[in-house]
Design a protein around this ligand. Structure first.
Ligand code: 6PG
Length: 463
C-alpha cells in the first residue's frame, strides 16, 4: 500500500514531525539523504528506534521515496531554509508528476516562497509555504502551523496539518489557512520578530534585577509571582533557566553574553522597513543581539566610558507593569506589520485567527495572546481597543519610571525604552516631522504639504 504523506529531511524538526504524523495514525514515508561514510541509514535507523514508526516506510533513495507515495503526492520538506530548499526541490521535481504538492515547513523567507510557488506552478507542481513554530517538543506534541498558498490545494493537506497541530483552549487546531502564497511564511517571520522582542524584554527585566543585586533564583521567584498576571511560555522557560544550577553556581552565570540568530529577525526588520511600518521593537531587539555580539568592544568601552556599578532601585511592581506595557506595544507592532503586509499583498488576513493559532504550540503563546483573540475581532489595531487603552493608561507611569531610572543609572534597556518612545511618538498629534519636511524642501526641493491648504497640494519655498 502506498503512503498518504511523505516527509523529507530528518533533522530535529523533521524527526519530531514524522513521529507526530505517525502517532496520529497516518501512513507515512520518510526520507533522509545519505552521505556515504558520514550519514548512513538515518531514516532506517530512526524508524527502528521508534515504535510508532513501525508501519512507516524509510528511504534514502529519492525515486523509491517518490514512488512510495499516493498521487497527488503530499511531501513536506523539513530542510534548512535558503539554498538547501532550492536544491532539494530541484532534486525532487524529476520524480514528481502533475498535481503533486510540496509543503515547505522550514523557516523560509516569504519572498523565496512566492518565487518557488511561481516556479513550480510552471511545472504543474503545487507549493504550500508553511510556518511551523514550537521547536523540537512542539513539533512532536503539536506545533502552531501557519500555511499559505492556494486555498483549494491547501484543502488537500489540511487534514494532516490540523491533526498534528497543537489544540487551543476550545480543542480547535492551532492551524489555520493564512492566505495566498508567501503569507504563511510572512506570518511566521513576524511571529519570530515578536519572539525576539519578548525574549529581549525578559533579558532586560533580568538585567534590572541583576543590577539590583538579586540572585538568579530570587529573580526566578519574582518572575514566578508575575505568572498569574502575565504568563507566557517564554516567561515559564526563563524562570526555569534562572533556577538551573551547575555545581555551586547558576548556569546563566556561565553562559557567554553573545546572542546568535538564524535570520528571521533580520528579515522581519527588513520587511517592516520595506513596507514602511514603524514596528521598531523588532529592529531594536535584533540590534540588541548584534550589539551583544561585539563582546571585545563592549569590554573596552565599559572601561573607557562607564561605571556599571551604579546603584539602581526600582519597585518590583513597577518593573512588572513596565514589562506588560512593553509587551502590549510589541504585540501592537507585530500585528500592525501583519495587517499592513496583508493590505499591501492583498492577502485578506484574519488577525484574530492568527492570534488564536498562536495561543498554543508556538514560542510566543501567552495569556495575553488569548486575550488578543477577542481584541482583534473588534479592532484591527490593538491600541485602538477600549480594554487595551484602559490597561495602557494604568501601566504607562510605571514604564516612564523604570526607563528613566535605567537611563539615569546607565543600564541598557533598549526594548523597554523603545516601547515608551514609540508610544510617545504614536500618541503625539503634532509631531516634529514638519521640521524634517522643511529641511528636505530646503536642501532638495522635495516639497511639503501645508496645514493651511486642505487640498493636500505639495508646495516649495525658495528658502
Ligand atoms: C519557533 C522558533 C524557531 C527558532 C528560530 C529562531 O517558532 O519555533 O522561532 O523557529 O527558534 O529559528 O531562531 P534564532 O533566534 O536563532 O533566529
Amino acid at each position: 500500500m502506498k503512503s498518504e504523506f511523505g516527509l523529507f529531511g530528518l533533522g530535529v524538526m523533521g524527526k519530531s514531525l514524522s513521529r507526530n504524523l505517525a502517532q496520529k495514525g497516518f501512513n507515512i514515508s520518510i526520507f533522509n539523504r545519505e552521505v556515504a561514510g558520514v550519514e548512513e541509514s538515518v531514516a532506517a535507523n530512526f524508524k527502528n528506534d521508534h515504535e510508532e514508526l513501525q508501519t512507516a516506510k524509510a528511504f534514502s533513495d529519492l525515486e523509491a521515496f517518490a514512488n512510495s507515495l499516493q498521487t497527488p503526492r503530499r511531501i513536506m520538506l523539513m530542510v534548512n531554509a535558503g539554498k538547501t530548499t532550492d536544491s532539494v526541490i530541484a532534486d525532487l521535481v524529476p520524480f514528481l508528476t502533475d498535481g503533486d504538492i510540496l509543503i515547505d515547513g522550514g523557516n523560509s523567507n516569504y519572498l523565496d516562497t512566492k518565487e518557488r510557488h511561481d516556479l513550480l506552478k510552471n511545472k504543474n507542481i503545487h507549493f504550500i509555504g508553511v510556518g511551523v513554530s514550537g521547536g523540537e517538543e512542539g513539533a512532536l506534541k503539536g506545533p502552531s502551523i501557519m500555511p499559505g498558498g492556494n486555498k483549494e490545494i491547501y484543502n488537500l493537506v489540511q487534514p494532516y496539518l490540523e491533526k498534528i497541530a497543537a489544540k487551543d483552549a476550545n480543542g480547535l487546531p492551532c492551524c489555520t489557512y493564512i492566505g495566498e502564497e508567501g503569507s504563511g511564511h510572512f506570518v511566521k517571520m513576524v511571529h519570530n520578530g515578536v519572539e525576539y522582542v519578548e525574549m529581549q524584554l525578559l533579558a532586560e527585566v533580568y538585567s534590572i534585577f541583576h543590577r539590583m543585586g538579586t540572585a538568579p533564583d530570587k529573580i526566578a521567584d519574582i518572575l514566578a509571582s508575575w505568572q498569574p498576571t502575565a504568563n507566557s511560555y517564554l516567561l515559564e522557560i526563563t524562570i526555569a533557566i534562572l533556577r538551573k544550577k551547575e555545581g555551586d553556581d547558576w548556569l546563566v552565570n556561565k553562559i557567554v553574553d553573545k546572542a546568535g540568530n538564524k535570520g528571521t529577525g533580520n528579515w522581519a526588520t527588513i520587511a517592516t522597513a520595506q513596507l514602511g511600518v514603524p514596528s521598531s521593537m523588532i529592529a531594536t531587539a535584533l540590534f540588541a543581539r548584534f550589539n551583544s555580539f561585539y563582546k571585545e568592544d563592549r569590554i573596552q568601552a565599559s572601561i573607557n566610558f562607564t561605571t556599571e556599578n551604579q546603584e539602581l532601585v526600582v519597585d518590583h511592581q513597577k518593573v512588572l507593569e513596565a514589562y506588560q506595557f512593553a509587551r502590549i506595544v510589541n504585540h501592537y507592532q507585530g500585528f500592525k506589520l501583519i495587517a499592513d503586509a496583508g493590505k499591501a499583498y492583498k492577502w485578506n488576513l484574519n488577525l484574530s485567527e492568527i492570534a488564536r493559532i498562536w495561543t498554543n504550540g508556538c514560542i510566543i503563546r501567552s495569556d495575553f495572546m488569548v486575550e488578543l483573540i477577542g481584541v482583534l475581532k473588534e479592532e484591527d489595531a490593538i491600541l485602538k481597543h477600549k480594554t487595551i487603552i484602559d490597561q495602557v493608561k494604568l501601566l504607562k507611569p510605571s514604564i516612564n519610571t523604570v526607563v528613566a531610572n535605567c537611563v539615569l543609572n546607565e543600564l541598557a534597556a533598549p526594548c523597554l525604552s523603545d516601547a515608551v518612545n514609540f508610544f510617545n511618538g504614536y500618541t503625539t498629534a503634532n509631531s516634529p516631522a514638519n521640521i524634517i519636511q522643511a529641511q528636505r524642501d530646503y536642501f532638495g526641493a522635495h516639497t511639503y504639504q501645508r496645514t493651511d491648504d486642505e487640498s493636500g497640494t505639495f508646495h516649495h519655498t525658495n528658502w
